[in-house]
Design a protein around this ligand. Sequence first.
Ligand code: PHE
Length: 345
Amino acid sequence: MANEIFGKVEEMMKEIQSYVVDSPETMEEFRIRFLGTKNKIKPLFAEMRNVANEQKKEFGQALNQLKQTAEARLESAIETVTDLLDGEENDNIDLYAPAAPKNSGSRHPISLVMNKVINIFDKIGFSVAEEREIEDDWHNFTAMNTPEDHPARDMQDTFYLLNNPERLLRTHTSSVQARVMTKTKPPIRIIAPGRVYRNETISARSHCQFHQVEGLYIDKNVSFADMKQTLLYFAREMYGPDTKIRLRPSYFPFTEPSAEMDVYWGLKNETDYRITKGTGWLEILGCGMVDPNVLENCGIDSNEYTGFAFGMGIERQAMLQYKIGDIRLLFENDTRFLKQFTSAY
Ligand code: PHE
C-alpha cells in the first residue's frame, strides 16, 4: 500500500520534470495541471491518512517537494518563454531600415518676422511689453489723443464687445503705450508686439486681424533725430546694411510731428513695380514724436520729458520676405503652407 502511494509521487515527479513547457500555451497547461485549483498534486495530499504513521513525515516531504519542483519549473518556464518572445520581436527589427521621418514643428512666418524685429530692438535696449487684446476706449483712443468724433472710433473700424460696449478689440498696439506710460516712470524703452483687430472686409490683401510691433522711447531730451537714427538702424538690420529710408510727413492723433517711413525696395522687376506702385519705395511704419497731450494724459510731465513712438505692421513684411501672395494664408493654419517654414528659425 505504502509503496504504491510513494510510486504515484515518483511518477508525478517524473511527469513534472519531463513536461514540455516551451510556449505561452503549454506554460498555461502546466500551471493548471500542477498548480491550479484542481491540480493533480492535491489528491495525493488526501492520501496522507492511508500512510503509516512512521512514514507520514517522509510522505509529507515528498509531496512538498513535488509542489516546489512544479513551482520552480513554472518560474523558469516563464523566463524562457518571455525570452523566446523577445527574441521573436528582435528578429523583426531591420537595423538597416531608414528611420521613420520625425515631423518637427515650425515657427509661423508671423512669429519669425516678429522675433526678428524684437531681436533687433533688443540689441539697443528695448524690452518687450505685452498687453491685453481686449481694451477699453480710454487706452485705445482717449489717452492716445483721439477725439470722440474721430472716424477711427466708428463702428465700421472697431469691434466692440457685444455684451459690453465699454470694451473693444484693440485697433492698434498703441494702446500698450498708454498701458506702459500710466504705470512706469521714464525712461521708458519698450517694444510691444501683438495682435490687433479692425472691422475690414477679408480679402487677399487685408484681414480683420493682423499683427503690429509698437515702439516707445521716453526720456529727457529725446529728439526727432534720435528717432530717425533708431529707425535707420532698424531698417538696415532688417533689410540689409545698404538699405535707404525716407520719412514722409503724415498725421496720427498721438504723434506730432508724424511721419511714415519707407524703405527703398527697388524696381528690378514687374512685381517691384506693383508692390511699390512704381515708386520703388515701400511703406513700412508710422512714427512720430509723442504728442505732449498723450504724455499728460498718462501722467508724464511733458515739460520734462519727450519721446518718440512708432508702429509697424508685420503681415506685409512677412508676405514680402516669404513671397506670400495672399494674407489669408497666414491665418488658416493649413499645414501644407506652414510646413514650408520648418527650416526657418
Ligand atoms: N498706431 C498707428 C497705426 O496703427 C501706427 C503708429 C504708432 C504711428 C505709433 C505713430 C506712432 O497705424
